[in-house]
Design a protein around this ligand. Structure first.
Ligand code: MEV
Length: 320
């Protein structure tokens, strides 16, 4: 029977260790989080494919093939790419809803791309696997971010917690039963592509200095893997702090990140660091006790930031 409607959702992510150096082939550890993007597709009797993204552009439906805003270009690419694989002439009406803040370093664009790709394969009846979803989402990420490592689309597709190195992935166990991660959104939007490109410029001008910093981050990633498995909070926190200092040296901090990090340190976080590309976006902090976390969240809200507890190691793309 022809499917008339499908919905798939896919998670956002936090990079626990190793952002930026991962673009240069070093390992990084990422975890899928509880916030998700959702794509619903109906087949329609209308003559053209359409897409709406009400969280970002309210009350508008865009016809693919007509002039569409830049933020939808990568999704238009996914639609064309997947339609080429089938003779199915169904016309589709797509709606995307997302819990994820955009331009915040939580993998919102990848989660959207993954949910759109999975929904399209499914409604068009095209045989596929998770690798196929991941590949097309990676190509879409390149349209948005230029030269991404591929970690965002990969963790969103497969879920859990992974160590990622040059597109190779391994699921890793994270054993943190009593602890909690919080995400603090500085509410300063930033552009991953610009941050990655400007770091590339600095790297090209002083390759030795930046290679050494990447090397040190790579060592932290390796060390964190065993401590995440052991659930050694003090050690993990210490490694997060060290990773953060190195990210600052790469030049991807900003004054809000600095302020958030100092609040979290004063509030006795085991450790904290920026997550994602930096330059604004989010900081993650590791705490042990939920009551303390609620006070910290309240304090951060008073300072004008958005903070929340997050689950980690959540499920990857799934049918809803
Ligand atoms: C990804 O969320 C953050 C960066 O490492 C870029 C990338 O891996 O593509 C800065």
């Amino acid at each position: 029977m022809d499917i008339e409607k499908v919905t798939f959702s896919a998670p956002g992510k936090v990079i626990l260790f190793g952002e930026h150096s991962v673009v240069y082939g070093y390992p990084a550890i990422a975890s899928a989080i509880g916030l998700r993007a959702k794509c619903s597709i109906n087949s329609t009797s209308l003559e053209k494919n359409s897409i709406s993204i009400p969280n970002i552009i309210p009350a508008r439906k865009f016809i693919l093939g007509n002039e569409i805003p830049g933020v939808l270009k990568s999704l238009e690419f996914i639609v064309h790419h997947i339609l080429k694989k089938t003779k199915n002439q169904k016309k589709l009406e797509m709606e995307i809803l997302s819990d994820l803040p955009v331009s915040a370093g939580l993998g919102s664009s990848a989660a959207v791309s993954v949910s759109v790709a999975a929904s399209l394969f499914s409604i068009l009846g095209i045989e596929h696997n998770l690798e196929n979803v991941n590949e097309v989402a990676f190509d879409a990420e390149k349209i948005i971010h230029g030269t991404p490592s591929g970690i965002d689309n990969t963790i969103s597709t497969f879920g859990g917690s992974i160590i990622f190195e040059e597109s190779n992935i391994k699921q890793i166990p994270i054993n943190l039963p009593l602890s909690h991660f919080i995400i603090v959104n500085s509410l300063v939007p930033r552009n991953t592509k610009d941050l990655v490109y400007s770091l590339r410029d600095r790297y090209n001008k002083d390759t030795k200095k930046y290679s050494q910093l990447f090397e040190k981050i790579g060592e932290i990633v390796e060390e964190s893997q065993k401590n995440l498995k052991l659930g050694d909070l003090e050690r993990i926190g210490d490694l997060m702090n060290r990773n953060h200092i190195l990210l600052d040296e790469l030049g991807v901090g900003n004054k809000h990140i600095k302020k958030i990090v100092s609040i979290l340190n004063n509030q006795k976080a085991f450790g904290c660091k920026l997550t994602g590309a930096g330059g604004g976006g989010c900081v993650i902090g590791l705490f042990e006790d939920r009551e303390n976390i609620n006070n910290v969240i309240e304090l951060l809200h008073q300072e004008g930031y958005n903070a929340f507890i997050t689950d980690i190691s959540t499920q990857g793309v799934r049918h809803e």
